[in-house]
Design a protein around this ligand. Structure first.
Ligand code: GDP
Ligand code: MN
Length: 384
């Protein structure tokens, strides 16, 4: 789960990472009054709150000198689209005079199997360009989880990139706080870009990105409230409510894949993709689903307009094939008007009974034997 900037900054404050004073604006009406009474110093920065970076370049970061100008901009920016995300909220902060823009982040690195600190003295909006063309200006240092952020980590990062060492103790303190947040909140990524040096030589976080591991949300009650504010995929939310995992894969894809277990799900995706077809979404059924729950899951899949064919691949142990067939038949008959196809591959408990249930239904459901044959069947449907 990617937090919005102001949510990330609430966490920053909790860890005493310096941020600018600001307010959140949600409506045009009363914006001027709200800005006036907040007693902010002008000029201010107005920032679209969307779960995606690069807002500066997309017109999602603007400056205003007066209350009227700020209120005006709020009117224009509320509801604006930034690369597919709608700005439902704006963050208004006092504009900082800055001398330098640095970059600092900590991410979970699967390659070194440890937290990885990334630092650059060339931060700001062109960090991707810096990463491409100035490798010498980017330092990536694994952090030993037993030792935490040691002096040598910061010292190495600054030496390697030629950063001004007079800020070393400040940068270390910042990294320590960020690292604590990284652990406490089970994050995949915490990022400050720009980490600015202001006119007094103090480090301050002008922007904030925090990505929390979805699997840890049950341990983080204060994050549930954050989630309600985010723009999530409707089927992801719907599936989660009934304890299924719905995974959007490729927007342009037209196949939905469902299976009981993520390993088989991935194998199916690989085999279908290898044939040059594209997956739109995947859904993990977990073990032991009843016909009603299977029907619910198939309904969720069928409700994606792009999906033409749903492939269900079941290895029936705890999950009984007849239950799967019954569920599939319920959902397909209720949604017959959509004209979609279902390919069903089942192996295991009550397989024969399942095939009979499908045959009796006379719905556009094909029972296939084994995964390769299923993939062939999908291919025939999609390529003539
Ligand atoms: P992003 O483009 O989504 O990463 O949004 P940021 O919050 O990082 O803002 C983009 C850019 O706007 C930053 O890199 C800064 O150059 C500039 N900016 C944002 N806030 C301030 C501020 O308070 N003072 C100054 N001088 N520039 C700012
Ligand atoms: Mn930024």
């Amino acid at each position: 789960m990617k937090l919005l900037e102001y949510q990330a900054k609430e966490l920053f404050s909790k860890y005493a990472i310096p941020i600018q004073k600001g307010i959140v604006i949600e409506t045009k009406d009363g914006a001027a009054e709200k800005i006036r009474s907040a007693g902010l110093q002008f000029p201010v920065v107005i920032k679209a709150q969307v779960q995606i970076g690069g807002r500066g370049k997309a017109g999602g970061v603007k400056f205003a000198d007066t209350v009227e100008e700020a209120a005006d901009l709020c009117g224009q920016m509320l509801g604006m689209d930034i690369r597919g995300f709608t700005a439902r909220e704006l963050l208004l902060v006092e504009k900082k005079e800055i001398a330098k823009e640095w970059y600092l982040s900590i991410m979970l690195d699967r390659y070194t199997k440890s937290p990885l600190l990334i630092f650059s003295p060339l931060g700001g909006m062109d960090i991707e360009e810096t990463a491409r063309t100035r490798a010498d200006k980017i330092a990536k240092v694994p952090i030993d989880p037993l030792r935490g952020v040691q002096d040598y980590v910061i010292s190495y990062a600054m030496d390697k990139t030629g950063a001004d060492k007079q800020y070393q103790s400040q940068l270390k303190e910042m990294a320590e706080k960020l690292y604590k947040l990284f652990f406490d909140y089970y994050t995949m990524l915490v990022e400050i870009n720009p980490l600015a040096i202001d006119e007094n030589g103090s480090l301050i976080a002008l922007d904030g990105k925090v990505e929390v591991d979805d699997n840890a949300l049950a341990l983080l009650p204060d994050m549930s409230a954050c989630r309600d504010k985010l723009q999530e995929d409707p089927q992801v939310v719907e599936a989660r409510r009934v304890n299924f995992l719905f995974i959007p894969v490729e927007e342009a894809g037209d196949i939905g894949v469902m299976s009981n277990g993520s390993g088989m799900l991935m194998s199916c995706i690989d085999l279908i993709t290898k044939k040059g077809m594209q997956i739109h979404a995947a859904l993990d059924l977990g073990g032991g689903a009843t016909a009603e729950r299977i029907a619910e899951a198939v309904r969720i899949m069928l409700s994606r307009p792009r999906i033409k064919t749903v492939f269900i691949c079941i290895f029936g142990g705890i999950t009984r094939c007849d239950e799967v067939a019954r569920g599939a038949v319920i959902a397909m008959s209720q949604n017959a008007a959509l004209g979609k196809q279902l390919i069903l591959r089942m192996e295991g408990t009550n397989k024969d009974e399942a095939a009979k249930i499908v045959a009796a239904s006379e719905l556009p459901i094909t029972v296939a034997e084994g995964i390769p044959n299923s993939v062939e069947a999908i291919y025939r449907l999609h390529r003539g």
